[in-house]
Design a protein around this ligand. Structure first.
Ligand code: GAR
Length: 192
């Protein structure tokens, strides 16, 4: 078995797709726990609904990483998948999980990446710059925000009248469709 932990801070629509994907498909991969830093995050309801054990850590605990790493080791976590997790991953974790942490970003990196660039802020910037396309990036996590090795990108076109709401919908459609599949492919490829 390959044990996966999802890290999420928000609504949890991607976390839900990932959990469903690995519940439905026969793979050696299992979502064993979910880590969150927001006591009121929607994703906690998702975890409850699907019976995935979850654990809250404070931002301070995440920054330090010691307790978090102890917990992950106890759960025998092999891979970490970020799904709308808005804190920086501590060095301690990056070193303990080299090339084993995957992130999803709602733009075509290197465009619109880095500190402070997340969620709607990304879409607002894309619309403001009148870009003709946007998309999603799936990448490995290293010590720099949104700068790890790219695994895959998927794009979509922007219409003349595109707004933040409609763009977010397009982007989430891509995320929900591709992220679980790319996670599975990446893990299987590394496990060969
Ligand atoms: C997703 O769109 C994801 O790309 C973004 O947060 C959203 C979470 O949605 N992540 C980032 O911006 C990371 N820099 P969800 O809670 O519904 O899955």
């Amino acid at each position: 078995m390959i044990n996966l932990s999802i890290f999420a801070s928000g609504k949890g629509s991607n976390a839900e797709k990932i959990i469903k994907h690995f519940n439905k498909n026969v793979t050696r991969i299992k979502v064993v726990c979910l880590i969150c830093n927001q006591a009121d995050a929607g994703v906690l309801k998702v975890a409850e609904e699907y019976g995935v054990p979850f654990r809250l850590f404070s931002n301070q605990e995440i920054q330090d990483g010691t307790k978090l790493l102890d917990f992950l080791l106890l759960q025998k976590v092999d891979w970490i998948v970020l799904a709308g997790f808005l804190r920086k991953i501590p060095l301690r974790l990056i070193r303990s999980y080299p090339e084993r942490i995957i992130n999803l970003h709602p733009s075509l990196l290197p465009k619109y990446g880095g500190k402070g660039m997340y969620g709607s802020r990304v879409h607002e910037a894309v619309i403001e710059n009148r870009d003709s396309e946007s998309g999603i990036s799936i990448h490995l996590v290293n010590e720099e925000f949104d700068q790890g090795k790219l695994i895959a990108q998927f794009s979509c076109n922007l219409e003349e009248k595109e707004d933040v709401f409609s763009l977010r919908q397009k982007i989430q459609k891509l995320e929900h469709h591709y992220y679980p599949k790319v996670i599975e492919q990446q893990i299987n490829q590394e496990a060969i």
